[in-house]
Design a protein around this ligand. Structure first.
Ligand code: ASP
Length: 332
């Protein structure tokens, strides 16, 4: 390439754009600082690439939802279709970063790199992690080796696949982990070194079309605990006409009897029930303690509850057939 790579930064807010009352304090407000100010503290970034920025939201990512995701992916696809744009970086709060990354992984239609990044410390804290994360996200987005790896999350010198990554710690800067498979690669002194490619379908192979949608099917998550009655949550989802329920069950997607009865009632009424797990790693398998076929449920495989929810929302835009839904859960 004779010109410098052109990377567009889409800013959404989060702690990376957060402003703290004191440089060493814990209290701060997310999403206060605009994309130009984020870039101004890392002027070297412009030696790497031509950068342009768009502010598409200014929120803490606890408020992220499909009203932002749907226009965001349309904008991503418009930008990525342009010959003069080589990749995208999305700055985002860390709380729901894995969900936005996975949603984009399934809906972006390009093999060009899309990198989501954020920070655990506000922009004006001592040793803020945002500037280096943003710098390394741009380095990843412009690297030719990043093509075809789906949507990635870059923080703390590490590149994660959108399907694998999860926020594992409430406050530490090494919060992002990929418990089942580890990272896709690492970044050192601006150079990205990949160890592997993501598995399963994504981006250019994805069958999900959301361009004409203004909303997604309603899918809720009910959480299991010892002595608990998540049947109350399951019944509330049924009563509020939810299209799907993810049960964040024990171990290999298990549930107690009360909850099992409520989930079966949901399935009989045409609500799709996915068995996921509150455990941090491992797959929810079909041949465990639960016989999905007789209950009318689908196992989530390696997807955690919050990612199973996103996949199910997208699947339900195409089919309600349980065997098809099961096949989608094996393909994505
Ligand atoms: N609550 C913040 C957010 O997700 C946390 C962060 O960015 O680290 O926007």
């Amino acid at each position: 390439m004779s010109r410098k790579p052109h990377i567009v930064i889409l800013a959404t807010g989060g702690t990376i754009a957060g402003s703290a009352a004191a440089e060493t304090g814990g209290a701060y407000t997310s999403g206060k600082i605009g994309v130009d100010d984020l870039l101004s503290v890392i002027p070297e970034i412009r030696n790497l690439a031509d950068i342009s920025g768009e502010q598409i939201a200014s929120i803490g990512s606890q408020d992220m939802d499909e009203s932002i995701w749907l226009p965001m992916v349309k904008r991503c696809n418009e930008l990525l279709a342009r010959d003069d744009i080589d990749g995208l970086v999305i700055t985002h709060g860390t709380d729901t970063m894995e969900e936005t990354a996975f949603f984009l992984h399934l809906t972006v239609r390009s093999s060009k790199p899309v990198v989501v990044t954020g920070a655990m410390r506000p922009a004006n804290a001592h040793s803020a992690d945002g500037p280096m994360n943003l710098f390394e996200a741009v380095a990843t987005a412009m690297a030719p080796e990043s093509h075809g790896r789906g949507v990635m999350v870059v923080t703390n010198d590490t590149v994660f696949g959108a399907r694998d990554v999860t926020k594992s710690c409430t406050t530490a800067i090494h919060t992002f982990q990929a418990p089942n498979f580890g990272p896709l690669g690492h970044i050192h002194a601006q150079h990205v070194e990949f160890q592997r490619k993501p598995q399963r379908k994504h981006t250019t192979e994805s069958e999900f079309h959301v361009d004409n949608l203004n909303e997604l099917p309603k899918v809720g998550i009910a959480f299991a605990h010892a002595g608990g009655d998540s049947a109350i949550a399951v019944n509330a989802f049924i009563d509020h006409n939810y299209d799907g329920i993810i049960h964040a069950g024990f171990g290999n997607g298990n549930f107690n009897h009360k909850v099992g009865d409520a989930l079966q009632r949901a399935a009989r009424q045409g609500v799709t029930v996915i068995r996921a797990s509150r455990a941090l790693s491992g797959a929810v398998t079909e041949a465990g303690e639960v016989d999905d076929e007789s209950y009318g449920f689908v196992a989530s495989g390696l997807l955690n509850p919050q990612k199973a929810r996103i996949l199910l929302q997208l699947i339900l835009t195409m089919t309600r057939d349980r065997q098809h839904i099961r096949a989608f859960f094996k393909a994505y």
